[in-house]
Design a protein around this ligand. Structure first.
Ligand code: SF4
Ligand code: MG
Length: 325
């Protein structure tokens, strides 16, 4: 809720703080059990920082993080460790997130050791073997090293490591971006299957709308540290409303390569979280920018049809007259 994370940039004489990198500037999200929320945006939009704050891999400046209704920012010691077990992360690059000197048994079983969750090394080996099968790898692989696996298999190992503490909530940060296209779909399907079987809640971070569309129930679009639009997947793709979302959709590769459009439809300089424009952050690049957009930050408007189960939220002055679609 209302997460804020600014990074001071030091430089100049005596290393004084000269600027703030406003990575995340007031982001609120909710994910339900069994649900995947896709978080999409360009690189530098703050998506990964949101994920890292939620897991307290970095501490947010402001805001709150609730797990099953309880704030985890106030937890310490044993309680914090328990909450940590319930929330896991799968990283982008399985190559660099798996220690090359550790066997698969060690990598996947390590969280059990750290948290003291297994009675013996035989129990750890048992549970790791079971999980390897669950993610589509042979349990014969226990004593192998990461370099003996393909990129897709390594990501399966990364997923097994996230599952071993029996979490409720898993963050995937670009889990398929480093993989060949042919392998991406297999990993996405595995991630979906696991959710169907166990009811995990997912936050799925990606710059790739095609991937997010494949996996998400709801989608939130980030731009320069803020959320600009969120809706169910169907609503967002059938009725995209924010000019930035429209630009993202227009630049996404089309399934038919003959119809593929120019990738760069977004005009103006690429966004910098150090120099955040006043008013609407998107205004220097927005084809619909008005006078008010230059100095007034837009509020959030719900534009879903009356009676819709899930809100369709848009932060844009175009919708300030209470316009609903
Ligand atoms: Fe464009 Fe203005 Fe809407 Fe921002 S608030 S997206 S500048 S129309
Ligand atoms: Mg990132």
């Amino acid at each position: 809720r209302h997460l804020v994370k600014h990074f001071p940039l030091t430089g100049g004489l005596l290393g004084r703080k000269i600027q703030l990198l406003k990575a995340v500037d007031g982001v609120s999200l909710a994910v339900a059990r069994g649900e995947t929320l896709g978080l999409v945006g360009e690189s530098g939009s703050g998506k990964s920082t949101v994920g890292n704050c939620i897991l307290r891999l970095i501490e947010p400046d402001r805001g709150d993080i609730l797990l099953a209704g309880q704030s985890i920012l106030t937890l310490t010691g044993q309680e914090l460790r328990r909450a940590r077990r319930r929330m896991q992360m799968v990283f982008q690059d399985p190559q660099s997130s798996l220690d090359p000197r550790m066997t698969v048994k060690k990598i996947v079983g390590y969280p059990l050791e750290v948290h003291g969750l297994a009675a013996s090394s035989a129990e750890i080996a048992d549970r790791v073997a079971h999980l390897l099968q669950e993610v589509g790898l042979s349990s014969d692989h226990l004593d192998r090293y990461p370099h003996e696996f393909s990129g897709g298999q390594r990501q399966r190992i990364g997923i097994a490591r996230a599952l071993i503490t029996e979490p409720d909530f898993i963050i995937f940060d670009e889990p398929t971006s480093a993989l060949d296209v042919s392998v991406q779909a297999q990993i996405l399907n595995l991630i979906k299957d696991l959710q169907r079987r166990h009811g995990y809640a997912y936050l799925f971070i990606s710059h790739d709308l095609t991937v997010v569309r494949h996996i998400s129930h709801r989608i939130a679009v980030m731009y320069l540290g803020t959320l600009v639009e969120s809706a169910t997947r169907k609503e967002l793709f059938d009725h995209p409303a924010h000019p930035y979302t429209l630009a993202l959709l227009a630049s996404a590769p089309k399934p038919n390569p003959l119809l593929r459009q120019e990738l760069a439809v977004l005009q103006g300089d690429p966004p910098s979280p150090v120099q955040v424009p006043p008013g609407c952050r998107f205004h220097p690049r927005c084809p619909h920018a008005m006078e008010i957009c230059r100095d007034t930050e837009p509020e959030q408007h719900n534009i879903s049809p009356t009676g819709a189960a899930s809100p369709h939220l848009v932060c844009c002055h175009l919708y300030r007259e209470g316009h609903r679609r």
